[in-house]
Each structure stands twice: as C-alpha cells, then as structure tokens.
Design a protein around this ligand. Sequence first.
Ligand SMILES: *[C@@H]1O[C@H](CO)[C@@H](O)[C@H](O)[C@H]1NC(C)=O
Ligand SMILES: *[C@@H]1O[C@H](CO)[C@@H](O)[C@H](O)[C@H]1NC(C)=O
Ligand SMILES: *[C@@H]1O[C@H](CO)[C@@H](O)[C@H](O)[C@H]1NC(C)=O
Ligand SMILES: *[C@@H]1O[C@H](CO)[C@@H](O)[C@H](O)[C@H]1NC(C)=O
Length: 916
Amino acid sequence: MYFYERFCVWLGHLKLSRVILLVSVILFVVPLFTHYYLSKYESTLGSLSNNHMRHTLEALGDLSTMNVVDLKVRIEEMLRIKASVSTELRELEARRARLQREAVAASAKADSAKAEHARAAAELQRLRVSADQARLAQLEAIRRDSPELAPPLQILSVRPPPILPPIESTSEPHCRMFSCFDHSRCSLTSGFPVYLYDPDIYAPFASSEVDGFLKTTLRQTLGYNTHLTRDPNKACVYMVLVGEAFPFEKTSSTTESYKLLLNETALKGLPFWGGDGRNHVLMNLARRELSVGSGDAFRGVSTGRAIIAQSTFTHNQFRPGFDIITPPALGPPGGDVWLDCAPIAPARRKYLISFQGSQPPAKGLDKDQDQKLVESLQKTSPSPDTFFLQFECDPPVEKRSLLPIGDWALCGTDRSRRAVLRDSTFVLILAPADRTYTTTALLQARLYEALRSGAIPIILGGDRIRLPYDEVLDWKRAVIALPKARVTELHFLLRAMSDADLLMFRRQGRVLWERYLSSVQTSIDSLLATIRSRLNIPAPPASPTVGAPGFNESYYPLKIDPPAVDTEPEETLGPLEAPYASPAYRRNYSIGLLHGYELWNDWGEPFVLYPQLPWDPMVTSEARFIGSAAGFRPIGAGVGGSGKEFSEALGGDRPREQFTIVILTYEREAVLAAALTRLRGLPYLNKVIVVWNGPSPPSSASSWPESGAPVAVVRATRNSLNNRFLPYHLIDTEAVLCVDDDAHLRHDEIVFAFRVWREHRDRIVGFPGRYHAWDINFNNGFLYNSNYSCELSMVLTGAAFVHRYYLWAYWRALPAAVRDYVDEYMNCEDIAMNFLVAHITRKPPVKVTSRWTFRCPGCPVTLSADETHFHERHKCIQFFSQVMGYTPLLSTQYRADSVLFKTRIPHDKQKCFKFI
Ligand SMILES: *[C@@H]1O[C@H](CO)[C@@H](O)[C@H](O)[C@H]1NC(C)=O
Ligand SMILES: *[C@@H]1O[C@H](CO)[C@@H](O)[C@H](O)[C@H]1NC(C)=O
Ligand SMILES: *[C@@H]1O[C@H](CO)[C@@H](O)[C@H](O)[C@H]1NC(C)=O
Ligand SMILES: *[C@@H]1O[C@H](CO)[C@@H](O)[C@H](O)[C@H]1NC(C)=O
C-alpha cells in the first residue's frame, strides 16, 4: 500500500509526456515477458510428456489414462489463460494508442496556445509602438508654434510700365540688373510672367522681313513655356524678336562704315517701352546666312535699358550679368534630337584633332597671329592620320565681307562637316582674329556642330571667348579653352588626357547640348530660365498627372476583410500610423542658391520645380536634437539600440516618412485582390495606387479586400507599361514602391528595403537583380541577363523603391524614342528606368536581401514566350544605348543586408530583422 502511494506520488510528479513514455515502456515490456513465460510453460509440458512415455514403458498399467485426462484439462486451462492474456494485451494496446492520440492532441493545443500568445504579444507590441508614435506626432503638432507657411499670394503688377525719361546713351554700356532692371515688376511670388510682342505686328525694325519660320517657331515655343502671359500689364519681362542675323549694308568701300538696318524709332515706339526699355529683352536669333556669318544687330544703336540677347558680341558692348549670349537658332523647333548625335564611345576616334575653315582676307587687320598659328599647327601635325587640318575652303566662301572681322568661315556642307566631326576626338575652334569680339554666331555654330557630333571642342583664343548662358552653364567641363599662345603645347596636352576624361568631356558636352542648345525650344527656355535664375524666382511647379479615377464618387466596391493570412512571420516591423505626406516645396527660394549649379550642370534641370528632390540636404546630426528635432524618430530616442528599439523607430538622418505603393494591373482582379490582401498591416505604408492599365474599367461587381491603407484606383487612358511611371497627383510621398501585381514580397522585406532606400534616395533600391553582359560572340553590344551572378547593373522595377522625382524625369529627361519603344514591344520599361537613373546619377542600383526572384512559383511561363521576352530585352538594351549615345548602366557587386544579419549577439538582444 505504501509503495503504491509512493508510486502514485512519483507518477504525479511526472509530466504527461513522461507518463506516456512509461506507459509505452510497460506496454512494450509486458507482452514480451508474457510471451517468454508462455513458451517456457509449453516446453515444460513437452518435457512432461517425455517422462510420461518412460513411465509408460516401465510400469505397465492403466495409470496413464488418469494422467492423460488430467493433462488435457490442464492444457485447456493453459490455452484459456493464453487467450485471456491476449485479450488483455489487445486492450492494453488499444489504451496505449488512445493515450498517445490524446497526448498528441494535448501538445498541439499547447503549441497553438503558445502561438496565440506570441501573436497577441506581437500585436500588443505593435499597438504600443503605434500608440507611442501617435503620441509623439501629436506632441509635435502641439509644440509647433508657427503654423504652416501659407501659400504665398501672387503679387503682380497691374499697370504697364510708366513712362520714364530715357537713359543717356553714354550710360547704356554700364547697365546692370541693379541699375537698368525694374525688380518691382517681378515679385518673388509672381511666377515670372513674360509677354511676347507679336512678331507679326511689331517687327518693322529692319528693311528685311524676319524669317517666317523663326516667327512661327518662336510663337510656338514660347506658347509651350509656362511663363508666357497675354496680359502686358502683369508682365515682368517683355520679349521682342528683333530679327535675325542683320547683314550690315555696305555703304562705302571701307570696311568700317556699315549702315545699320535696325529702325531705332520703331523700337522706341513699342507700346510698353516705358521711355527707356526697362525689362525688355531684344532677341536677335541668328539662323539665316549662318554659313557666311551673321552680325551684331545692335552696334551703334541706342537700346536704352533693354537687355540684349544674341550670338555675336564685342567686349565693349557685352554687359556681363545683363546681356545674354544665346546660341544661334540652328536646331529643329523642338522634339527628339538623339538621331543627330554620334555615339560617345570609343573615347579616341580616327583623328586626334580636326579643323575645317577658311579666313577671308580683311583689310586693316593684323592677321599675323593667326598665320603663325596655322603654321605652327601644320608643323606640329604628326601625320595627316591624326590631324585633319584644312585651312582653305574649296569652293571659296562668298560674301566674306559680311563676317565679323577675321572670323573663320565654315567649309563644305553640314553633311560633310558632320562626317569629319564624327571621326574627330577633338575639334579646333579658332577665335576670330579681331580681338574685340567676345563671341560670334559662327564660332557658336562650330560649337553646336562639335557637341552634336561628340568632337570635344578646343577653343584657341578661348581665354577671351564667352559661350552661351555661361553665367549658369559650366563650360569648363565640356570645352577646352586655351590662349592662342598654347598652340605649341596643344599636341602634348591632348595626348596627356585619359580615356575616362575624354568620355566625361564628351558626355557632358552632349548633356549641355541636349538640354540647352539642341532646339529652338530648349534655347528659348534656357534664355528665360537664365533671367529667372538671376531674380531667384522659383520655376513653375512640375505638373503631376491627374489620373481618371477608377470608380466614380458614388460607387466604390465593397471592402471585405480578407481571410487572415498566416504567412507573415511574427515580428514587429514598425508602428501603424495615420497617412503622413512628405513635406513638399520647402525649398522654393533656396534650391536655386544652394543647388543652382547642379540644377543646370548636373543631376537637375532648371526649368521646373519639383516638390522634393533625392538630393535635398539634411540637418546635421546634433541639430536633430537641438532645435530641429521635429519629425525625427531616432532609435531609442537617440540612445540607439538593437532590434527592439530599431523596430520602434525609423532612425536615420532624415525625418519620418512613409511610402506609396504603385501597382500596375489589368484584368487580373483575383491577382490584385491577393496583392492587396498581402499588404494588410504593413507599417509606413501611406497609400496604394492601383494603375488600372487599359480602357475598360474595373468590374464594378467585385468586392475588394481591405488593405489597411487607402487604396486609390486610377485608370490609364491606354494600355502602356509606361503608365507605371506616371507622376500621379495622388502620390504624396517621396518614396514610391513599384510592384508587379504578382510579386510576392514579405512585409519585413518591404520595410527593410524602405529603410535602405532612405539612405540611397537617388537610386533604385529593390530585389530582382539583372545585368548587361557583353555579347562576346558577335561583339555587338550588350545582352540582357537574368542568370544568378555576383555582379549586377539593374534592379527590376517589378519590386523596387524609386524617388518620386524619377517619375517626372522618366517623361522629361528620357528621350521620347525610348518610351515609344517600350510601347511598341510592351516590354522593357524597367530597363528604361534603370538607364535613366544611371544616366542622371552615374551610380548603380542597390540590391537588397538575398531574394533573387519574385514570380510566384506556380505561375506558368511558356518557354517560347520566355525566349521572345529575352530577345526583346536584348534589343531594348541595344536600342536605348543607341538613343542615349552610350550605355549608362554601371555594375555593382554590393548587396544590402541588415546590420546584425548573421552577427552573433547576446541572447538578450534582438537582431534588426529576424530573417534578413
Ligand atoms: C512653393 O512653390 C509651390 C509650387 O509652386 C507652391 O505650391 C508653394 O506654395 C510654394 N511655397 C512657398 C512657401 O512659397
Ligand atoms: C521706322 O519705323 C517707323 C515707325 O514704325 C516708320 O515710320 C519709319 O518709316 C521706319 N523707318 C525706316 C527707315 O524704315
Ligand atoms: C458609378 O459607377 C457604377 C458602377 O460602375 C455605376 O453603376 C453607377 O451608375 C455610376 N454612377 C454615376 C453617378 O456615374
Ligand atoms: C545563363 O547562363 C547559361 C550558361 O550558364 C547560358 O546558357 C544562358 O544563355 C544564360 N542565360 C541568359 C539569359 O543569359
């Protein structure tokens, strides 16, 4: 009894599982023993019967019958016992199985309880983090004593310029912005309104008609310019098309006495001249007769306080910071210009240097210097293979007397010159022998042709030459300007340059040419932007795309709670906050001052203002705690920390922000519904924008799953992959996550990529890496490659973060030919985006996490479709490279994982992310 109690107590101490073990041991052992004893008993029986035989032999008699009966009984008894033991065994076996089932059920229940607990704990943690964040945001809102800066009122003039006494003609050469420009007509908030005198009405300035093409083009190009106003009372600046290329009329045989054709009286009779021509810009766009040179329309004419914009100036005449050097109107009115350009590579071309031109004889001018120059060049020329020099034109240039004195006339035709330029690494441009010129239209025509064909211009005499828009454009990076005395060192200098530098000069020259010189449109836009930059008036805002809403106001599909998905690992990734838009247009008046150089010469563009740029500066580290703390979410409130603190705050050097998801989809509502479902509970998600690609609207019957964040559906007017990159007005954040509707991304992957993107805002940050591999079989450009590789140059935008700025740049900076190609083949928009970003930044994309592909494993792709897909993508890379003049893609061997990924850390610390 005592032992039994002890046993029970002991059993009681054991856990259920141990009991199970014990029971199974017992159950296993008991049958064994039973079997053993039974067999032993049977063998005993056997030996008994042997004895019995002996007895029978020894003692004859009937004794045996008695024993047989007895034995029979005993055997039967034994068999009965055996049967009963077997039954008992079976019962025990059944009980064992039952107990085992119960045990399994119990342990499953325990597991699910544990998981439930973890989920609840995680949810609690999430709620706590979210509540903390909300409290912080509220506190910030209360603490901010200054209200949001109200949008400024537009201050505009209301009357035409009043008539003032005219300026002394002796003071005209001293005109500067502070002395001859009326700033009061151009308030900071005015938007820089520009009035154009209709060239059909106000062009009686010269006896020769202004070229009709030029008039139409100017009216058209200014029509596209957002600064144009029809109300002369409001205008800040008045544009006058004076004419073009006024040839001087020869009145006597000596070169000095030309009669001017400009009608000064007509000029001063302009309705808004205001007595002295304040805020007027007189444009002389050289175009016609360029091959024989074109003149300076204003020499000897009194122009009052007006600004002069033309291509030819003398040093005495040009007023720095006031007058503007414009390129001659050589290009087409507008549009894509890439067809005219030569490829950038190879760095070194057939001729090291080339020159084609002839200098007409001019009386009364010492041409000795240029003669010496020519001789010196011919002497240093190592061989005609490397120097292509032609100092006499065949046939000789006519009407030479119309040239600015000592200027070098162009030889041959546009076509023949282009052929030589495309074969030249460098091209010589000789400044006119007459040193009074600071620039001439002919010199600029040479510059234009050189940049277009990728021949790096070397201006001999460049130390006294000014180039178009040089108050904003940095020509040092595209043109080599040397004093004429350097001619003896020229060969040495050019040989000393590395290939990388040559390509850099050539690429920058092409950038400047494309943006500011190539067409009449770019040239006129640049002229206005230059004056606007002087006044530090912000450019007009970039206009977003207003997409047609997918559903009308009275109807939105039923929102249903999707079934809970358990695929997300239990991990707190960040607070769930209310949508928070990124601050926009905070740098209207400072960007031109701090980043004016980059806007004109580097990554930006001066023509429009963007709400934010990837290069916007950040406050210094301590300012985040002293004075400028609003919006910052430092990790551990500034103390730092590992996984737990990390998951609660965004950290980094920039204020808190969220991201927008843009999903391009069409007629795959089930796939889209699944995609939206997967986004539930995703931290930092501001909004989901579904771009419904195609003319037929989404079906109204379906119900859409609730995704946690606002979902906006916009309908594109036509089915195009380019629609994925439209800068929709609904996007409120700088960070934009582009995803395919069938891309499966985990929440932790998205949040991690977002955090990485915050430090690489000017790059594409995403998951699927690809590269451009050289076609070694045909040596014929690059091939698209998606194999596993340790170097990549593209991150596909099926799952990648990009800055909102690039959505605009995709439409403004990328040649239209690229987008047309994407439409034609319904492919490669992601390659185009990679080209664009690499072209602007000269940096490769950033790949995050080890994930290589995102297609759902079950989604079928036929092999032949796959092959044409690849074939098209090879072609895309080759075509885009041809359009852009080079392949801008850059390779990278770098991948981002979270900081504590695979680091051994103490057990009381958490990693940044559990799995990445
Ligand atoms: C900056 O420019 C934008 C776009 O023109 C405008 O909406 C915003 O009100 C401006 N902000 C300030 C402070 O001028
Ligand atoms: C100059 O313009 C005025 C006013 O338009 C006109 O009366 C005059 O005849 C013009 N003079 C010449 C020489 O064309
Ligand atoms: C709104 O759209 C729904 C479904 O597309 C349609 O049934 C309804 O008539 C529309 N209402 C209006 C006011 O256009
Ligand atoms: C991937 O690599 C294999 C050889 O390893 C090659 O045959 C195949 O063409 C490659 N795929 C692509 C897309 O380049």
